[in-house]
Write a protein that binds this ligand. Sequence first.
Ligand SMILES: Cc1cc2nc3c(=O)[nH]c(=O)nc-3n(C[C@H](O)[C@H](O)[C@H](O)COP(=O)(O)OP(=O)(O)OC[C@H]3O[C@@H](n4cnc5c(N)ncnc54)[C@H](O)[C@@H]3O)c2cc1C
Length: 161
Amino acid sequence: MPAENLLGGEGQGFAGIMANFQNERLALAVMAHSVAALALEGSLRYAKSREAFGRTLAGFQVTRHKLADMATLVEVAREFNYRVAARMEAGKEAVKEVSMAKNFACQACDRVVYDAVQLHGGYGYAKEYLVERLYRDSRVLSIGGGTTEIMKEIIGKVAQF
Ligand SMILES: Cc1cc2nc3c(=O)[nH]c(=O)nc-3n(C[C@H](O)[C@H](O)[C@H](O)COP(=O)(O)OP(=O)(O)OC[C@H]3O[C@@H](n4cnc5c(N)ncnc54)[C@H](O)[C@@H]3O)c2cc1C
C-alpha cells in the first residue's frame, strides 16, 4: 500500500502508535469495568444462594454493604469510561481523561474482584468458579497498555502538576 494511504502518511508512524495507545487504554478500561460487572453478577448470585448460620450470605448486612460498594465502583467506572469514549468520538483531546479512566476502572476492578473472591470463600479460589478467573484477569489490566504508574505520570504531565 502506498505510504500516503497509511494512517497519517510516511513519517507519521510514531504519532499513529501514540493515537492507538488511546484506543488500547480505553479498551482496557472498558474491559476492567466489564470484568468487575461479571464479578458483581456472580457474587450476587452466590450471595443469594449460599447459606451460612441459618441464612443466605445476602441476609447479612455486611454482605449487602460489600455488594453496594462493588456496584458503586462498577457503575462509576462504567459511566466515566462512556464519558471519555464520547469525548474521543467527538474528536476532543482526551489523553489525561483516558489515563484517568484506565487507572480508575482498573483499581475499581481490582477491588471488586478481591471482594468477589472473599465473598465466595474457599470456592473463590477454585477454578470451577468464574471469580477465580476474573481475579487473575484483573491483575494484568493495570500493567498492559501502560502501567498505573505511567498513567499517573501522563496525568501529571498533561495537568502540569
Ligand atoms: C499479558 C501481556 C500482554 C502484553 N501484550 C503486549 C502487546 O501486545 N504489545 C505490546 O507492545 N506490549 C504488550 N505487553 C507489554 C506491556 O505493555 C508491558 O508489560 C507494560 O507496559 C509494562 O512494561 P514492562 O513490563 O517493561 O515493565 P517496566 O517498565 O519494567 O515496569 C516495572 C514496574 O516499574 C514501574 N515503572 C517503570 N517506569 C516507571 C516510572 N517512570 N515511574 C514510576 N514507575 C515506573 C512500572 O509502573 C511497573 O510497576 C503485554 C504485557 C502482558 C503482561
